[in-house]
Ligand binder design. Structure first.
Ligand SMILES: NC(=O)c1ccc[n+]([C@@H]2O[C@H](COP(=O)([O-])OP(=O)(O)OC[C@H]3O[C@@H](n4cnc5c(N)ncnc54)[C@H](O)[C@@H]3O)[C@@H](O)[C@H]2O)c1
Length: 254
């Protein structure tokens, strides 16, 4: 689609995009670089990270840091490396995530459940825990937590993912309130399905089920997600905090 793009000025800002090597995170990284930010992508897929950095470097100052966000030490290490390469982090996009296997709750593999919660929920906690103190010190920060419409609605055969994403929404509400007296905004995003690699983890029936619930009748484009994130990270997003920005094409209207 040929849309006009609104300029968002993020010059002078340092951004971290977790899971920035592909999919929604890569689209966000492109958009932030085009808006003038310096961008660190944190990811664990080395091949995708290399390809992403080659592309992103043409748009501005971008670097990749290996990080398994399910591990608190790995998050702390990536943060320290990012701060010494760039500077303090102003903008944090907690985007990395997995869907995990599709199965009814009573048959769900407890190890898979644990892994989904470790990455999709605990990882967000680890990143915020490490980067927020510096934002408080400098009285500036913008945080976007990429959740999912599944966290609002629940999807069958995806209880672990839905629960972790609901947890991210609650984390966002709590942290938003905690930081509301600072110039720090913490908000969540709830996309409906986008055509990215994460869909490979789902069955065709699951994807059809989810898409069938979207009144827009199509996948959300990763550029549409990036556009909303760019606004959420801007100086101008200075009042709304602890909130959920819906990106579900009408599936949820709250
Ligand atoms: N695509 C969709 O349909 C959709 C819908 C709603 C929400 N989301 C959410 O959007 C976010 C991005 O998803 P996507 O569709 O771009 O998926 P994707 O699979 O294309 O990208 C996810 C990225 O996260 C990285 N990652 C996975 N585990 C990680 C870990 N432990 N530490 C660091 N990085 C890790 C992957 O290597 C990958 O680069 C996810 O949180 C996902 O739950 C996606």
């Amino acid at each position: 689609m040929n849309r006009r793009i609104n300029a968002v000025d993020l010059s002078g800002r340092v951004a971290v995009v977790t899971g920035g090597a592909q999919g929604i995170g890569l689209a966000v990284a492109r958009r932030l670089l085009s808006s003038g930010a310096r961008v660190a992508i944190w990811d664990l897929d080395k091949a995708a990270m290399e390809a992403a950095i080659q592309e992103l470097s043409a748009l501005g100052e971008a670097r990749a840091f290996w990080c398994d966000q399910a591990r608190i030490e790995a998050v702390d290490e990536a943060a320290t490396e990012t701060e010494s390469a760039f500077d303090a982090v102003d903008l944090l996009v907690n985007n990395a995530g997995i869907a995990g296997p599709a199965a009814p709750l009573v048959e769900y593999d407890p190890n898979a459940w644990q892994q989904i919660v470790d990455i999709d929920l605990n990882g967000v906690f680890y990143c915020c825990r490490r980067l927020v103190p510096n934002m408080i010190e400098r009285n500036y920060g913008r945080i976007v937590n990429v959740a999912s419409v599944a966290g609002k609605e629940g999807n069958p055969n995806a209880a672990a993912y839905s629960s972790a994403k609901a947890g991210v929404l609650a984390l966002t509400k709590s942290l938003g309130k905690e930081l509301a007296s600072h110039d720090i905004a913490v908000n969540a995003l709830t996309p409906s399905p986008a055509r990215t690699r994460i869909l490979d983890q789902l069955t065709e029936a699951q994807v059809a089920y989810m898409l069938g619930k979207v009144p827009r009748g199509r996948f959300v484009e990763v550029e549409e997600a990036a556009a909303m994130v760019a606004f959420m990270l801007s100086d101008e997003n200075s009042f709304t905090t602890g909130a959920t920005f819906d990106l579900s094409g009408g599936r949820t209207t709250y």
